[in-house]
Design a protein around this ligand. Structure first.
Ligand code: SF4
Length: 521
């Protein structure tokens, strides 16, 4: 069975590090629609560069390698128990080698198992079929976009869209609302998988199954095909844009399926997937375990990287300068610790380049800091919402992948922590709420939006690991003290009450309302 484990390991590595061709084409198409000299254009340039870096370095595209979910079809007679053991062994190995982040956490104790195995992890669905090959598909869907999945029970009243009835028009409204409610928090530009019907469980399963379709396939059901195309066009008109920065490209793909339902139930389930749409599949020989075929052809067509490589290698390169200049903003270099005066001079839209030290902190740290002292002086400090992939060798720890995580989870704590410790800048993605905005104004702080998923791009900015605290929280949740050079991010919430996120949300709600009466037939 060793060859099975090896083949599954290859599947995991390929899925985590190399986006398939259909996804790359969709990203490239999105990039062609966006003006490069805008914040959204800058974000797409960064994304394109990150995709190439991950492929070249065989490292995770995004630090959140998600919940490994396998869909496996086996011929009659294949030992599924043995296959499951091989999947688990391959998962352990991929985690140990830094291709997957340890992501399996005990829901009661908060303890990270450290190897991505545990109750309910990984997810494996087996089906038998009459073909004589094993078809094994894997999706790595991270928490940021998983948290933006949504399920509607029709009829429903939807913000901006009014009544959604039990018909195709009601379904249309649900999907548009799903895009609106996600804003940029699921690392837009995103892909949607939609399940119509079923019960609450099978509806979501159907939605996720849609994500295994090729991005450029054609729905065999004519009305669903038309709806997919309509949603792609209308979704992009909402103006949410890449990372919620506003812009032309909010959605890169939409796939819709339908199954029967109970007369009393009418669910529309939406699975939101970020641009880091990592899914791959293989056909395995049921006897030898050898890979016979890759199911999502590799991304040989990568026109964006040519462009990226021509730009400055520095993250404070030409693209960010152009974006800043075009939108009336500036590019400012900040050295840590940062003074209040420097922070008060920043405005929404400015591009900031951080030099010095920053500290990672996620859910466990924020909860802890509410009632305890910090292990290091945080006066003038930068907190980075990030759960990195880290590897240790004889020379110490190294950052392998380190993009931002969704910041809104820290909203209950962030404002208090900023004031308690004198923090000047918080970096994350997706923005934060009113409580944090008020604290930024009162204390003198900024929220900086980094590009979600650009884990290789940012990992390159970390030149040294100065130390770590709270390793007992697990690697992603520990507080890493990292030396950084040239880390670029955009001010999206400033100390004067300005919030790009509030503005984009308001404008997109107004746009959403224009689709209220656009009856879809
Ligand atoms: S790209 Fe964003 S949403 Fe997707 S896995 Fe990474 S952090 Fe999560």
């Amino acid at each position: 069975m060793h060859q099975f484990e090896e083949s599954i390991y290859q599947l995991i590595v390929e899925t985590s590090t190399n986006l398939p061709g259909d996804v790359r084409r969709a990203v490239n198409h999105g990039r062609s629609l966006e003006n490069e000299a805008t914040r959204a254009g800058l974000a797409l340039t960064t994304i394109a560069r990150n995709i190439k870096m991950a492929e070249d370095q065989v490292s995770p595209i995004c630090q959140d390698t998600g919940m490994p979910t396998f869909i496996v079809h086996t011929p009659v007679g294949v030992n599924q128990i043995e296959l499951k053991k091989n999947i688990k062994a391959a998962i352990q190995r991929a985690t140990k080698e830094g291709k997957l982040r340890p992501n399996s956490v005990d829901s009661l104790t908060g303890e990270n198992t450290g190897d991505n195995l545990g109750a309910g992890t990984p997810v494996i669905h087996f089906e038998q079929w009459e073909k004589d090959v094993i078809d094994m598909r894997l999706i790595l869907k991270g928490g940021g976009c998983e948290n933006k999945n949504i399920q509607y029970s029709l009829p429903a009243e939807l913000e901006g869209l009014g009544r959604a009835g039990r018909d195709l028009d009601g379904i249309r409204k649900c999907i548009l609302h799903a895009i609106y409610q996600a804003q940029g928090q699921g690392c837009s530009a995103g892909f949607l998988g939609v399940g119509i019907g079923g019960d609450r469980t099978t509806g979501y399963e159907l939605a996720k199954q849609q994500l295994f379709r090729q991005v450029d396939d054609v729905n065999p059901v004519p009305e669903l095909d038309r709806l997919e195309k309509y949603i792609l066009e209308a979704g992009n008109q909402l103006g949410i844009g890449t990372m919620g920065f506003g812009g032309e490209v909010t959605l890169l793909g939409c796939k819709i399926g339908a199954i029967n339902r109970l007369p009393a139930s009418f669910f529309v389930s939406v699975a939101y997937n970020c641009w880091a749409f990592r899914r791959q599949g293989v056909e395995l020989d049921p006897v030898s375990g050898q890979i016979g075929k890759w199911l999502y052809p590799a991304g040989t067509e990568v026109p964006v990287e040519q462009k990226a490589s021509e730009e400055s290698k520095s993250v404070s390169g030409e693209a960010s300068k152009q974006a800043a200049a075009k939108q009336g903003a500036r590019e400012i270099v900040l050295h840590t610790p940062i003074s209040e005066e420097q922070i008060r001079s920043l405005r929404v839209g400015d591009v900031v380049i951080i030099q010095g030290e920053m500290h990672t902190g996620r859910d466990a740290l924020h909860k802890y800091l509410m009632d305890h002292d910090a292990p290091v002086d945080l006066n003038g400090a930068v907190i980075y919402h990030c759960g990195p992939v880290m590897l240790k060798d004889d020379e110490g720890w190294h950052v392998k992948a380190a993009g931002p995580t969704t910041s809104i989870r820290e909203e209950p704590y962030q404002g208090d922590i900023i004031k308690k410790f004198g923090i000047r800048a918080v970096i994350g993605k997706g923005g934060m709420g009113a409580k944090t905005l008020a604290a930024l104004k009162e204390h003198g702080g900024v929220y900086l939006n980094a590009i979600g998923g650009a884990a290789q791009y940012y990992a390159e900015c970390f030149t040294k690991v100065n130390g770590a605290d709270f390793m007992e929280f697990g690697i992603p949740e520990a507080m890493w003290h990292l030396e950084v050079k040239g880390f670029a991010a955009i001010v999206t919430m400033d100390s004067h009450g300005g919030s790009l996120h509030e503005g984009v949300e308001k404008a997109s709600l107004e746009k959403l309302a224009t689709f209220k009466e656009a009856v879809f037939r």
